[in-house]
Design a protein around this ligand. Structure first.
Ligand SMILES: Cc1cc2nc3c(=O)[nH]c(=O)nc-3n(C[C@H](O)[C@H](O)[C@H](O)COP(=O)(O)OP(=O)(O)OC[C@H]3O[C@@H](n4cnc5c(N)ncnc54)[C@H](O)[C@@H]3O)c2cc1C
Length: 379
C-alpha cells in the first residue's frame, strides 16, 4: 500500500484546515449547535466527499475522505460540531448512498449532500445498548407502509436531524428480523425528546426519539427486509473508521499546542519542555498519532479496494479512542492548573474525548470482537 499523498490531496487538506480555522472555531459556539457553521460547511461540499457526481458529490476516494476528515479534526477545535458532520456523512448519508434504492437516493441524497437535510442513525434503545440486536422497536407491514413503534435512545443529531436511519424488528415467516428504514422527522408520530445534557460534545445535540404508529412507506426500507443486521455491522465499520479519523487530527492539534506551551512556560529558570517528564509525554503523543494515522490510511485503502475491514476498524477504534483520551489527559497535566481551567480548552477536549470509548461499540465489546477474530490466523 502506498500512502504517498498526491498534490491534490495535500491541497484539499490545506483547504480544509484553513476553512476550519476561519469558520468553525467560534468560541461562542462550543456549547450548542450552530446553524450558521452548518451552512458554511455545507457549501464546502465535504458532505458528498465520496458520493458520485450524479448526486452532487465530489466522487473522491476513501483515502482522500480519510485525509479530509483528519484535517477537519485538526483544524476544528469544536469536536461536537465535527461529530455532527461525521454522523451526518458516515452513518446517515453514506448508508443511503451504499444501500438505498435509486428511488431513496433520488428522494434524499442530493439534499443531504447539499446539507439541506441533516442525517442521523437510530439503533440504541434505553434497554438495548451493547446488545443492540435485542432492540424492541417494531415495524408492522400494513398495506403500502410499515407502522413503526418504539423509542430510540442517545440519538446524536436527534433534534437537528431531518432524516433518521432507524432499525426495527419486522416479523418475517414468524421470525423477528431487524430491518433498516429511512424515516423523516416530518412523518406523523415522530417525536424528539429534550436534548440530553452530557459531559462533552455539547455542540452535538443528543436526544431520545420516539415513533408512535409512524407510517413509513415501503419504498423507505433501506436494503432488504430482514437485512438490518448486516446494515448495522456495515454502519459501525464506517463509524469506527471515519468518526475516529478526526481524532487523529485532534491529537495532532493537541500535541502541537503542548509543544508550544512546554516551550513557553518556564519554571526553575527553564522551559518545562526541557524536563524529560514533560517531553516524553509529548513523544508518546507522537507515537500514538503516527500509529493511528498508519492504521487509518490502511483502512481507507482497504475500503478503496472494496475490502471488508471489520477487525481493522475495531482495532483502530480501540487504539485511537484510548490514545486520544490519554493524549488529552497528558496535555492537561502539561498545562498544570491552566489546563484545569476552562480558558485553555484542554479540559473540554478531555471531556469530549472520553465519549469515544463508548460510542460505536464500547471498547470492552470491541475487545471481545477482536479476540474472537484473532482466533483465525492471518498468516
Ligand atoms: C456520545 C454518544 C453518542 C451516541 N450516539 C448514538 C447514536 O447516534 N445512535 C445510536 O443508536 N446510539 C448512540 N449512542 C449509544 C451507544 O451506541 C451506546 O452507548 C453503546 O452501544 C453502549 O451501550 P450502553 O451505553 O447502553 O452501555 P451498556 O451496553 O449498558 O454497557 C455498560 C457497560 O457494560 C459493558 N458491557 C456490556 N456488555 C458487555 C460484554 N458482553 N462484555 C464486556 N463488557 C460489557 C460495556 O462495555 C459498558 O462498559 C451514543 C453514545 C454516546 C456516548
Amino acid at each position: 500500500m502506498d500512502f504517498t499523498l498526491s498534490e491534490e490531496q495535500k491541497q484539499l487538506r490545506r483547504e480544509i484546515i484553513q476553512f476550519s480555522r476561519e469558520y468553525l472555531n467560534d468560541e461562542n459556539c462550543m456549547d450548542f449547535f450552530s446553524r450558521e457553521m452548518w451552512e458554511e460547511i455545507s457549501q464546502l461540499g465535504i458532505h458528498g466527499v465520496i458520493v458520485s457526481e450524479e448526486y452532487g458529490g465530489m466522487n473522491e476516494s476513501f483515502l482522500t475522505g480519510a485525509i479530509m476528515i483528519e484535517a477537519l479534526g485538526y483544524g476544528c477545535k469544536n469536536n461536537g460540531f465535527v461529530f455532527v458532520v461525521n454522523n451526518h456523512i458516515w452513518v446517515g448519508l453514506n448508508l443511503i448512498y451504499l444501500y438505498g434504492s435509486d428511488l431513496l437516493k433520488e428522494k434524499y441524497l442530493r439534499n443531504m449532500v447539499e446539507g439541506k437535510y441533516i442525517g442521523s442513525i437510530a439503533i440504541s434503545e434505553a434497554d438495548s445498548g451493547s446488545d443492540a440486536f435485542s432492540m424492541e422497536t417494531t415495524a408492522q407491514e400494513k398495506d403500502d407502509c410499515y407502522i413503526l413503534n418504539g423509542s430510540k435512545m442517545f440519538i446524536s443529531n436527534g433534534s437537528i436531524a431531518d432524516v433518521f436511519v432507524v432499525f426495527a424488528k419486522v416479523m418475517v415467516d414468524n421470525l423477528a428480523q431487524i430491518t433498516g428504514f429511512v424515516v423523516e422527522k416530518a412523518f406523523d408520530g415522530v417525536k424528539c425528546g429534550q436534548d440530553i445534557e452530557k459531559m462533552g460534545l455539547n455542540s452535538c445535540p443528543m436526544c431520545e426519539v420516539t415513533f408512535n404508529n409512524v407510517k413509513v412507506p415501503k419504498e423507505n426500507v433501506l436494503g432488504t427486509v430482514g437485512g438490518g443486521k448486516s446494515l448495522i455491522t456495515s454502519a459501525l465499520e464506517w463509524e469506527r473508521c471515519y468518526e475516529f479519523a478526526c481524532h487523529v487530527g485532534a491529537m495532532q492539534r493537541v500535541m502541537e499546542e503542548c509543544i508550544r506551551y512546554a516551550d513557553e512556560r518556564r519554571q526553575f529558570g527553564k522551559a518545562i519542555g526541557e524536563n524529560q517528564a514533560v517531553s516524553h509525554k509529548i513523544a508518546d503523543m507522537r507515537i500514538k498519532i503516527e500509529m493511528s494515522r498508519l492504521m487509518l490510511y490502511k483502512i481507507a485503502c482497504l475500503k478503496d479496494k472494496k475490502r471488508n475491514a471489520y477487525v481493522e476498524t475495531s482495532i483502530f477504534k480501540v487504539f485511537v479512542s484510548e490514545s486520544y483520551i490519554q493524549v488529552c489527559r497528558d496535555a492537561l497535566q502539561i498545562y498544570g492548573a491552566y489546563g484545569y481551567t476552562k480558558e485553555y480548552g484542554i479540559e473540554r477536549e478531555l471531556r469530549d474525548a472520553i465519549a469515544c470509548s463508548i460510542y460505536s461499540g464500547t471498547n470492552e465489546i470491541l475487545r471481545n470482537t477482536i479476540y474472537d477474530m484473532s482466533k483465525i490466523s492471518v498468516l
